[in-house]
Every structure is written in structure tokens, then in C-alpha cells.
Design a protein around this ligand. Sequence first.
Ligand code: SF4
Length: 391
Amino acid sequence: MSDARHRRSRDVAGEDARRGGRERRTDGEGTPSPVPAKREIVRLLNETDDSAVLALFARADRVRRKCVGDAVHLRALIEFSNHCRRNCLYCGLRRSNGKAVRYRMTVDEILAAASEAAAMGFRTVVLQSGEDPGYAVEDLCGLVRNIKTGTGMAVTLSIGERSRDDYGRLKEAGADRYLLRFETSDPLLFRKLKPDSVYEERFRCLRWLSELGYQVGSGNMVGLPGQSEESLADDILLFRELDLDMIGLGPFIAHPDTPLRGSPDGTIDRVLRVTALARIVTGNAHMPATTATGTIDPRGREKALQCGANVLMPNVTPQRYREHYLIYPGKICIAEEPARCRFDAETMVSSLGRTIGRDAGDSLKRPDRRTGKRPSPGEDPPGGHTAPRES
Ligand code: SF4
């Protein structure tokens, strides 16, 4: 692709972000938060002085405390189908992976797992799958409606690219949030790694979701083969430009049954730096310490919680299915019962001197669902804090 066309693709992402985005985020005091320039982000990604890296992590932790508070929100994750129509090069669920043991939970099974999560005290359920055409949108709408009326939990969907009409119907059925990672902001790398996806479509979907009133999450993968520091810096700045409510990021981990087998994995150091920079740049977005981060380092999630993250997503997928949802190999939390996963998350949070969020942990960028009130500076909104910028 020519440089000019490369730039045009990037512009499409930015333009979609601006059109779908809400008002420009400020620090809550009406002045824009200081955003490190791209060259400064690249410098920090390459920093070799350990004390400077620790200072970066400490700064991100301060920003996290001031912008979203000490509460860690627990989201119950149900991975309900590992069928996928796509063929992303890095993913164990890709349709060409004949070794994957495929499953598709019934709507009743998903509802039962969600009800179990609500009984355990979760206030949010995340319904995640590959891009599976095996569920009619009416069935998914009925599922969302039943979860909302039966449990009162907030519902987050992570089911890939769909039509605007589908997104609209699911929103009307009661879905609150939607996760759709762009994985990389580099259009060339995107097309290489996601050969049957269209870069511009991804960002169009994110714009639609925002326009439809979803709390929108996106994110990237860190350590992808061919990913440069400049590209990671662009990802981080795009998080801000998209004005995301939620940001999920984790390491690339090579799956042996994909074309990227044998490629070097992303490192915990790089993931933590991107986590810290994303927190500093975006302020009050919700950011999970992801399972993939805990997979490359046994203390990866604790470390992420200490440099910007404020969410954990314990896996409550029924055990007989869980081992088959393998986007990457070696995934942790495969064998534990759902209640054990929640207990472990609670133990981790209290060991860090943090608290468990008592509410649904809605976006801090939007008005409260019940009161219509937007969190204001110095006020403790449900689920967290907006606060003046880092001193
Ligand atoms: S990354 Fe998502 S869309 Fe791509 S193959 Fe895996 S599950 Fe499917």
C-alpha cells in the first residue's frame, strides 16, 4: 500500500472516531488532560532506565486512583461459543483451525450461567464468542432481555462485527456495553493479521456502537509480529481519540495451530508499559487486567492492577466448555469452578489493598443510567471517582 493510502486509512479511523465520539474528554476541571506526544510515548516504550519505568508505573497508578478510584470491578465472563467465521492469523478460534474442539452453548445454558453469576454477586456479565453466525439476532435479543429482567446485571456483548441493525436491536433489548478490539491501529498490519476483515469496517462498527448509545470498549494486542513502537504509540493515542469507555489489552501469545506458531510472545514488560501509558493518556476509562496478561506472567494481573488497570473478568463459563475457548494456548483459570475464580479475584484485590466495586461499574464518561447525572469533579459517582487530574 502506498504511504498516501496508508494515511487515508488512518484518517478513516480518526474520522470515524470523531463522528462517533462524544464531547472531548477533559480532566473534569474543564481543562484538557496533558497527553504525552507520540515521540514521548515511543521514548517511554523504549526506556532502558528501570527507575524511569517504575516512575511511569507509579504515575499511572496515581492517575488510576484519582480518575477511577480504588474499586476493582468484577465482570463475569461467559465464553458461549468458539465458532468463528473469520481467519485471524493469531487466533486459535480461526475457522481454518481444524484442531479446535468447537462448542456452542444453548441460549438456556447461557442464561443459566448468567443467573449463577448473578447469584455469586456479579453486577455485570460479559457475553463473548467468536463471530458466530449460528445465533439469530432475535435469540440473542431474547437472551439479553431475559438476563436483564431476571438478574438486573449490566450486559456487555463481545460478539464481533455485526450490522448496524443488529447492534440497534441488541441495544433496544437492553445490552449496555460492547467490546470490539481493533487489535492494531496500523492498517497494513491489520490487513496482514486479519486477512478477511476490513480495517475501515472495524472502525465503522465502533462508530455505530457509540452512536447507538453503548458504552464502548476496544483495545489492542501487544507484541504482535511486525508491530513497532510507533504503531503501539498510535494505538494508545487512538484509545483517547475514540474516547473509549473501556480499554482491553493483552499480549500476543503464539498459538501452535495458527500460521503464527513459533513467533515470539509479547512480554509482560511491554504490556505493563502500554497499560500504564493507556491509563495516563485516557484518564477514566475502565481497563481490565486481562487473563492473557496473567497467562504470560503468574502475577501479571496484579502487576497490571498496579499500573493502571481497575477491572477483573473472572471466567464463569461452564467448565466443560472453558478449556476449548483457546484464542491463545496456556490460558489460566481453565480448571477452577466459577465460584473459585471469583474468590481468587477477590483475594487478589484485597491483597493489593483495593476494594471490590459494589455497583455495575458503568462508564465514568456517561450519565448515570438511573439518575441521568454525569459524574462531576470531586464527587464519588456510583462505582468510582472522577477527580482532578494528577498533580
Ligand atoms: S480474533 Fe476473533 S474474529 Fe478473529 S478468528 Fe479469533 S475469534 Fe474470530
